[in-house]
Design a protein around this ligand. Structure first.
Ligand SMILES: C[S@@+](CC[C@H](N)C(=O)[O-])C[C@H]1O[C@@H](n2cnc3c(N)ncnc32)[C@H](O)[C@@H]1O
Length: 203
């Protein structure tokens, strides 16, 4: 069993509470996807499906969410959320992103607090291979703040040790993605300890 899988098997029951403080970042990240009615969007490492409601509000019933998650306990909660919402346009894939059988090309992809996935070149490649030309890609999560900002960096260190398997790449978490997408606009959030980065895939 890989380390990330083990981590989230333990956290699934309390995960939504733990993420509550980051919900404003989720809302901004979803807004930066610039989704339209009817769009298909990948929710990469969807966890318990906390992004589903925000995505549904913009894509509508004619749109489609393809959500990939390797942890069965997290995906069980996502499945319950889909049932509760009465959504028939969500495809849940229990798979590692690097080998997930993504069924179609999409208009957008969201990587929300998925540092391990963003640092995995095979996972990023599989997602990029399923983007339509012109697709919007948004990544959000923790990052190192400026070196002088030690209080924020202590928080980032603690939160990262709890939720990712390696601290590598926290200076620019979206850099592997940017190798495929090209220029990405990144904004600092939470006093520099978090980021939202977005770009458009030219194809
Ligand atoms: C911090 S959670 C984020 C969940 C969700 N995106 C959110 O914003 O609430 C990271 C998720 O990525 C999943 N994950 C990590 N590595 C993965 C991989 N290689 N393939 C699929 N899921 C993965 C974990 O199981 C976990 O549910």
């Amino acid at each position: 069993m890989n380390d990330a899988l083990e981590q989230y098997r333990r956290r699934a029951g309390v995960y939504d509470l733990e993420l509550a403080a980051f919900e404003p970042i989720r809302r901004s990240a979803i807004a930066r996807l610039k989704l339209k009615r009817g769009d298909a969007v990948l929710d990469v490492g969807c966890g318990t499906g906390l992004s589903f409601d925000g995505l549904q509000q913009v894509i509508g019933r004619r749109g489609r969410i393809i959500a990939i998650e390797q942890c069965p306990e997290m995906l069980d909660q996502a499945r319950a959320r889909v049932a509760h919402g009465g959504w028939t346009n969500v495809t849940l894939l229990q798979a590692a992103v690097e080998s997930a059988p993504i069924p179609c090309r999409v208009d957008a992809a969201l990587f929300h607090f998925t540092h391990d996935i963003l640092r995995n070149p095979d996972a990023v490649c599989n997602v990029v291979d399923h983007l339509k030309p012109g697709a919007t890609v948004v990544a959000a999560g923790l990052q190192w703040a400026s070196p002088w900002n030690w209080a924020v960096n202590c928080f980032v260190m603690g939160a990262a040790l709890y939720s990712v398997t390696s601290l590598d790449g926290l200076d620019q978490p979206w850099s592997v993605l940017a190798e495929h997408i090209g220029e990405m606009q990144a904004s600092a959030e939470l006093w520099g300890g978090a980021y939202i980065a977005s770009g458009v895939f030219s194809g």
